[in-house]
Design a protein around this ligand. Structure first.
Ligand SMILES: *Cc1c(COP(=O)(O)O)cnc(C)c1O
Length: 487
């Protein structure tokens, strides 16, 4: 035992202040100069090796700790804040949001609930999300880690509300008939995890075929529901996707809402990609009808570019939401006055302790305003159209799917190559561009054709970045063709 009591606070505040200032200065440069660095680069073995060191038993000065951050961490990011990162479907983060995360940690409040300013901001941001998608003020919602968790929240409320039994008390074994959820064959993998975690099993999620446009086939959906009813199963919920991962396809939300109303089913929208089209002057027409859903999952860390993590689950019927998760043990009873007199925000989801993830969203929205975020969504749509036009105007490139939103599926195809050779060729082009740190795209298979996929969800992208992508694909493709033919 040391003689005097210990604390984690710095012994010398001014020394720490100086380091903190240096970290902030470096961070500003880091973001300002992002374009001049590679999108991604491989870690040298010595850097990798240092991440295998065991737990440090003795401390070291903070500036030494930071030195390792500067040499081993900062040069090797995933790359998604770079203007030429279009892989998978992510956001590009933003500096104000990063300050928000820092300040949230400085305040250190627990957003499990209670009466304090951070809790008010949490509720305010949820209210803003409701406004963005056109939900009524009395709807309910919760900020969660991301879209996967937001979907799990929505689907759990659907399961509990649609079940004819006290599911919380009795569990799924008490269900009189197995429940069925419906999503298209393009549905995100997190829904499988959700139905598994909810105890319903993967078979409870029926994959409905899609049409040529990758939209859920509504006639097929109607038939499958009828078939399930006849078989004694319990159709409970349709999961419409507003923006599929593969191609950005947006299911017919109005038609699905009509069908759910007619059949008495819960309508959930996975809007992780597309729900925020609702804030865009041009894009909003694409998600007409979204507010008719009983629940919506959306992802501020995608099209609002909040630093990871923040997702949002919205539920139209606040009582159903609370009824699914609320548990109030005596140590969390609501007090009439004081710190414990606020709402228990943990009652709207699975977490007890919750971070102050609202602040990064709140600060960026206050600084830029929703109108600008809406324009940025439209800007991504315009970028995707531009890239698609360049692809279509280039004989060696093929647009593999008509671009709907900000996802462009294309490939290098000089003609005369087999499907297998094209896959090898395009995969090699994609990986080479990543390894060179030039641009990051991913790949997928759409309707049997392997292709590269650029998801342009990036407020830093400018047109010349897309021109460079086209040039690089062509240059590398032309060099690689002889090999591809030889294989
Ligand atoms: C990203 C995404 C998810 C999962 O969201 P996370 O934030 O990664 O958990 C779910 N559905 C769709 C359509 C997505 O694009």
């Amino acid at each position: 035992m040391p003689e005097s009591p210990e604390t984690l606070d710095p012994a010398e505040w001014d020394a720490h202040r100086a380091i903190a200032h240096r970290i902030v200065d470096d961070a500003v440069d880091y973001i300002r100069d992002i374009r001049s660095r590679p999108v991604w680069q491989d870690m040298p073995t010595d850097v990798r090796a240092r991440f295998r060191d065991g737990v440090p038993h003795d401390g070291q000065p903070l500036d030494e700790v930071y030195r390792q951050i500067a040499t081993d961490l900062l040069p090797y990011p995933m790359g998604n804040i770079h203007p030429r990162f279009w892989m998978w479907y992510m956001g590009a983060s933003n500096f104000t949001g990063a300050l928000g995360d820092f300040l949230a940690a400085i305040i250190g409040s627990n957003l499990g609930g209670g009466d304090h300013a951070a809790a008010e901001i949490d509720k305010q941001v949820v209210g803003w999300m409701k406004e963005m998608v056109g939900y009524p003020a009395q709807a309910s919602g919760s900020l969660v880690s991301g879209g996967s968790m937001a979907n799990l929240i929505g689907l759990s409320v659907a399961r509990n509300t649609m079940s004819a039994v006290d599911l919380r008390e009795l569990g799924v074994s008490a269900l009189p008939a197995p429940m069925r959820f419906y999503g298209s064959d393009q549905i995100h993998s997190c829904h499988r995890i959700a139905v598994e975690a909810m105890g319903l099993g993967n078979q409870a999620l029926r994959r409905v075929p899609t049409d040529r446009a990758c939209l859920m086939d509504i006639c097929a959906l109607r038939d499958i529901i009828a078939e399930d009813r006849k078989a004694g199963l319990h159709p409970a919920c349709v999961i419409a996707t507003a923006g599929t991962v593969n191609t950005g396809a947006i299911d017919d939300l109005e038609a699905i809402a009509d069908l759910c109303a007619a059949e008495g089913l819960w309508m959930h929208v996975d809007g992780c990609i597309g729900a925020l089209l609702a804030i865009a002057p041009k894009g909003c027409a694409l998600v007409r009808g979204i507010a008719r859903a009983d629940s919506i999952a959306l992802d501020p860390h995608k099209w609002l570019h909040a630093p990871f993590e923040v997702g949002c689950a919205l539920v139209r019927d606040a009582e159903a939401h609370l009824g699914t998760f609320s548990v109030t043990p005596e140590y969390l009873e609501n007090a009439p006055r004081g710190i414990a007199s606020g709402d228990w925000l943990h009652d709207f989801g699975l977490q007890t302790s919750r971070g102050f993830r609202a602040l990064k969203v709140w600060m960026a929205l206050k600084e830029h305003g929703l109108t600008k975020f809406g324009r940025l969504v439209d800007q991504d749509l315009a970028h995707a159209r531009y890239l698609s036009e360049r692809v279509e105007a280039t004989p060696e490139l093929t647009l593999c799917f008509p671009t709907v939103i900000n996802i462009v599926c294309f490939r290098y195809d000089p003609g005369g190559l087999s499907e297998a050779a094209l896959k090898r060729l395009n995969t090699e082009i994609m990986v080479q561009m990543q390894e060179a740190g030039i641009a990051a795209v991913s790949d997928t298979t759409v309707q049997g054709r392997h292709c590269m996929r650029a998801a342009i969800n990036n407020h830093r992208t400018i047109r010349s970045d897309l021109d460079l992508l086209v040039e690089e694909v062509l240059r590398r493709g032309r060099t690689l063709v002889p090999e591809a033919v030889a294989d």
